[in-house]
Design a protein around this ligand. Structure first.
Ligand code: IMP
Ligand code: MG
Length: 180
């Protein structure tokens, strides 16, 4: 896609190479047990499908929908579950798969929700992390890339539902007030 508003920050090759490393690492860290990989819709679907295929052990996949309310695109702290899991997590090893950790509001909420379902363990894998923006504490066990405080799109990440299908992560030049 040639769009003058887009500048590649992380190329497709770099994303894929890093996901191979993460898949190998996660497989090594979970030698036994039922591993439930929970993808947060919609942004994380691209990361999830590549990550599970980079793994060398059996996994269960499930999906959760979350919406956050706030002015503009900043999470307000109010989070709502829009699609729940199909399966029980009791006694399972749970890995939440998210596209990006920004304020941390979404994942902080989700950790509390899923913890109540009595899994054996819960960890988070996020393709991107913007540590400068954190408002709520979140421990991310597997991070693809740390990025500066810039609004990015592509590889699942959107701006008003656009740009998800770019194969690289790009900085979006708005030419207007940034959305976050
Ligand atoms: P948090 O609750 O602020 O951590 O929100 C995380 C969610 O905000 C992500 O799952 C994305 O949907 C969205 N988000 C945060 N930063 C960006 C960005 O740079 N581009 C696109 N979406 C983003
Ligand atoms: Mg998201």
């Amino acid at each position: 896609m040639t769009d003058p508003k887009l500048r590649v920050l992380i190329s497709s090759d770099k994303i894929q190479a890093r996901i191979k490393e993460l898949g190998a690492q996660i497989s090594e860290d979970y030698p036994t047990g039922d591993l439930h990989m929970i993808c947060i819709l919609k942004g994380a679907t691209f990361f999830m499908t590549d990550l599970v295929r980079a793994m060398t052990r059996d996994v269960f996949v499930d999906f959760m929908g979350i919406s956050t309310y706030g002015k503009g695109k900043t999470s307000s702290g109010e989070v709502k579950l829009t699609k729940d899991l199909d399966t029980s997590l009791e006694g399972a090893e749970v890995l939440i798969v998210e596209d990006i950790v920004d304020s941390g509001v979404t994942l902080n909420y989700l950790m509390h929700v899923l913890d109540q379902r009595r899994p054996h363990s819960i960890r988070i894998a996020a393709l991107l992390d913007k540590p400068e923006r954190r408002l709520r504490p979140v421990h991310v066990s597997y991070v693809g890339f740390q990025i500066p405080d810039q609004f990015v799109v592509g590889y699942g990440l959107d701006y008003a539902e656009r740009y998800r299908n770019l194969d690289s992560i790009c900085v979006l030049d708005h030419g207007e007030a940034p959305p976050a």
